[in-house]
Design a protein around this ligand. Structure first.
Ligand SMILES: [Zn+2]
Length: 102
């Protein structure tokens, strides 16, 4: 993913609207590009702050933690990958059972 592509995805990322493939590219780029990481931090702070002001104050806790959001997205991807591996393993085991018993 290029800087430009990443920059157009700050808001979808914050809204959890990126596909898994996009998310992967996004996170990879953010970790290797200081410029985009810095910009992402600014966007995140701005957008969450703005949304907080639009909502009833005190209703939701105000959190400006762009770092946490990145970590959460990474954990989500890791979990998804583990889940995927589990599914593949299950399929292999099923195939083995079929081969052995038929
Ligand atoms: Zn970049």
């Amino acid at each position: 993913m290029t800087c430009k592509e990443v920059q157009s995805r700050y808001i979808p990322f914050i809204d959890d609207k990126l596909s898994k493939k996009e998310l992967q590219g996004f996170l990879k780029h953010i970790h290797s590009c200081d410029k985009c990481k810095e910009e992402y931090d600014i966007y995140y702070t701005m957008i969450t702050g703005m949304r907080y002001l639009e909502e009833d104050n005190g209703k939701s806790e105000f959190k400006v933690d762009s770092e946490e959001k990145l970590k959460f997205a990474e954990e989500y991807l890791i979990k998804y990958r583990i889940f995927f591996i589990e599914k593949v393993l299950l399929l292999v085991i099923l195939c083995l059972i079929v081969i052995l018993f038929i």
